[in-house]
Structure formats: structure tokens, C-alpha cells
Design a protein around this ligand. Structure first.
Ligand code: CUA
Length: 353
């Protein structure tokens, strides 16, 4: 029944995601097509070499005029074939870059030379990724330093992880097991060591695994603490009476800017507004907000964004189940902006630094 068995080739990685079978099929199609034309052209070349060889000294070859039908055929046939390749490739690309709304969202940060992942309820892991079988998983990724690429060969997914922006990748794991995770973009001397493991577990095992990992604050809870500790809440009051716009029910909406343009509130816009507040000032407000560039790490920015999402309009099946921490709760980290340094989360020092 499993279609992947039809084309399981020994020297390919296992097929362990929803994309793997069709990508392999596409790849095999390209190889077969290339092989077919390589043989055809080589055979034709050899045949013509012999058939039209020079048979005597001073022989004058017969001049051949064009052949319209032949010329149309060798234009139209390759055109149809290449359009078929384009359409199939575009369809696969579209599927991979259109994220399902109901996916389990895991936040990934690349850093020379390690991968950190944070699950919706706050579980963290380094150079590992645990995902449940048969559930859609979406990775939202960014880098603390240079460009990396998150590559899981068994899933046939490879996505650049770029400093200064969020990239996403999604898949549905289809086979329990442990698979390679590679960095696929040269990122410094330890690039080849920036590897890890992806473990696909039955959903119940995944739940048990989640329970077994010491749970830290969920990203949204940590973001709420940062929001308070960095005094964001002094200006962003709930009812638009503060110096900054209210962030309640903001995520996913369109806001009017001071310059008349409209922008959709997504992760990238929120991140930009935290690090470069003057870039897109909301209509009715002035550019008063200081930049938080250098005061927050990419992970902390992501936490604040998760908090803003958590107070936004309800989205589909938001996987965060933990209740938000009370706003009055004590803050142990980070210190207020003046003293804050971009710091790796406790107990998560990179191997090399
Ligand atoms: Cu990170 Cu190569």
C-alpha cells in the first residue's frame, strides 16, 4: 500500500515525510528523461557519423535544405516536456511553501554551530528535534549570526535559515525513526559539525517525551515576562491610550501606517518594529520607540512575538496549551534593557564559542 516502497532505492535516504515520495518520483523522472535523451542523442550522433562519413577524397556533400515538420517537432516536443517539468516542480514548490494553518509550530534558531528548537509549551532541545508521527509540523526559523540551512534528507526538506528574517518549513512525518539533521550552508569552520538528529515518534510517545523534558516557560509566557521587564507595557497599553499602539488582537490584521501604506501584522513586521521601530510607524503615532537592536536575542524577539500572537485574535488550533503567566510574576531574566545582554538561555551554551 505504501507508495514509497515502489521506488525505495538503496542509496537514497529513507522516505519519512509527506513530500519524500513525490520528490523522489520527480527526481527519478528527471533522471530517466535525461538518460533517455542522452542515449538517444549519443546513438543518433554515432549513426550519423557512420552514415554521413566521408567516403572519398574530395567528396562534396549534398546540401540539405530545412525540414519544416522536423523543426516544428524538435521545438514543440522539448517545449511540452520542459513545461511539464516546470508545472510539476512548481506544484511541489507551492505545496512546500504553503503552510497549513493547523500545524504544530516549533521555533528553530541556528547559531554557529548548533541548532536550538523550542516547542510550543516551552520544551527546548539542542541539535535534536522530536516530532510526532502523522501531524503537520511547521518550523519557524531564524539565525543568530550567519546563514545556515536546515536540512532533513529523509524528509526531503531543506530551508535556508537567515539572520534578520524568518523562514519557514513544514512537513508531516510519515515514518517512526531517527534521521539525520544537517546544516546545508557553509557557515564557518565547524559547519560540518552542525548536525543533529530528528526523531519521529508515535503521538503518544511524543506526548510522553514532552512530559519528560523539563518544561520551561512557553515562548508566549517568556515573551510576556520580557514585555513587562523591558517596559514595553508602559507604552503599549491595552486600549490604545498609550504612547504606542495597543497590541491586543493585533496579529494577522492590517494596520495603516503614517505614510499611508498598509501592512499586514506578521512575524517579520513585528520583528522589524522591535529592532527598527522607525521603519513602519503606525498612523496616528510618532516615532518615539527606541530600538531594541542588540538588547534582545533572536530567541527573545521570537518570544515577544509569540506573546503578541497569544493576545491576538484566536488562530485555528494554536498549540499553546499553557495558561499565560500572571503579569505580576517575578522576573529573573533578562535584566532591564540597560543591563540586558544577548545571552544564550541558561544551560544552553554552545559547544564552541
Ligand atoms: Cu550552519 Cu553550516
Amino acid at each position: 500500500m505504501n507508495p514509497s516502497l515502489l521506488i525505495q532505492i538503496p542509496f537514497f535516504p529513507e522516505q519519512a515525510s509527506n513530500f519524500a515520495f513525490e520528490i523522489d518520483l520527480f527526481y527519478l523522472f528527471l533522471c530517466a528523461l535525461t538518460g533517455f535523451f542522452t542515449v538517444l542523442i549519443a546513438a543518433a550522433a554515432i549513426y550519423f557519423l557512420i552514415r554521413y562519413r566521408r567516403r572519398s577524397q574530395g567528396e562534396v556533400p549534398e546540401q540539405i535544405e530545412g525540414h519544416l515538420k522536423l523543426e516544428i517537432a524538435w521545438t514543440v516536443i522539448p517545449f511540452v516536456i520542459s513545461m511539464f517539468i516546470f508545472a510539476w516542480g512548481a506544484k511541489l514548490y507551492y505545496q512546500m511553501y504553503t503552510h497549513p494553518e493547523d500545524a504544530l509550530e516549533i521555533f528553530v534558531t541556528g547559531k554557529q554551530w548548533m541548532w536550538r528548537a523550542q516547542h510550543p509549551d516551552g520544551q527546548r532541545e539542542i541539535n535534536e528535534l522530536h516530532v510526532p508521527l502523522g501531524r503537520r509540523v511547521k518550523l519557524t526559523m531564524t539565525s543568530e549570526d550567519v546563514i545556515h540551512a536546515y536540512y532533513i534528507p529523509a524528509f526531503r526538506t531543506k530551508t535556508d535559515v537567515v539572520p534578520g528574517r524568518y523562514t519557514t518549513s513544514w512537513f508531516t512525518p510519515t515514518k517512526v525513526g531517527t534521521y539525520h539533521l544537517f546544516c546545508a550552508e557553509y557557515c564557518g569552520t565547524q559547519h560540518s559539525g552542525m548536525i543533529g538528529k530528528v526523531t519521529v515518534m508515535e503521538y503518544s510517545d511524543y506526548q510522553a517525551w514532552l512530559r519528560g523534558v523539563p518544561r520551561e516557560k512557553s515562548p508566549a509566557e517568556a515573551g510576556q515576562q520580557l514585555f513587562t521587564s523591558m517596559a514595553c507595557n508602559n507604552c503599549h497599553l491595552e486600549n490604545n491610550t498609550g504612547r504606542g499602539p495597543s497590541l491586543q488582537n493585533l496579529f494577522g490584521t492590517d494596520v495603516k501606517l503614517a505614510n499611508g501604506a498598509t501592512v499586514k501584522v506578521d512575524e517579520t513586521y513585528l520583528r522589524e518594529s522591535i529592532l527598527n521601530p522607525g521603519a513602519k510607524v503606525v498612523a496616528g503615532y510618532t516615532n518615539d520607540m527606541p530600538t531594541f537592536q542588540g538588547l534582545v536575542t533572536e530567541e527573545q524577539v521570537a518570544m515577544i512575538i509569540q506573546y503578541i500572537k497569544s493576545i491576538g485574535p484566536k488562530q485555528g488550533a494554536a498549540p499553546t496549551t499553557a495558561p499565560p503567566a500572571p503579569a505580576t510574576q517575578g522576573v529573573e531574566r533578562p535584566a532591564p534593557p540597560q543591563a540586558a545582554k544577548p545571552a544564550a538561555p541558561q544551560g544552553e551554551q554552545p559547544k564552541q564559542d
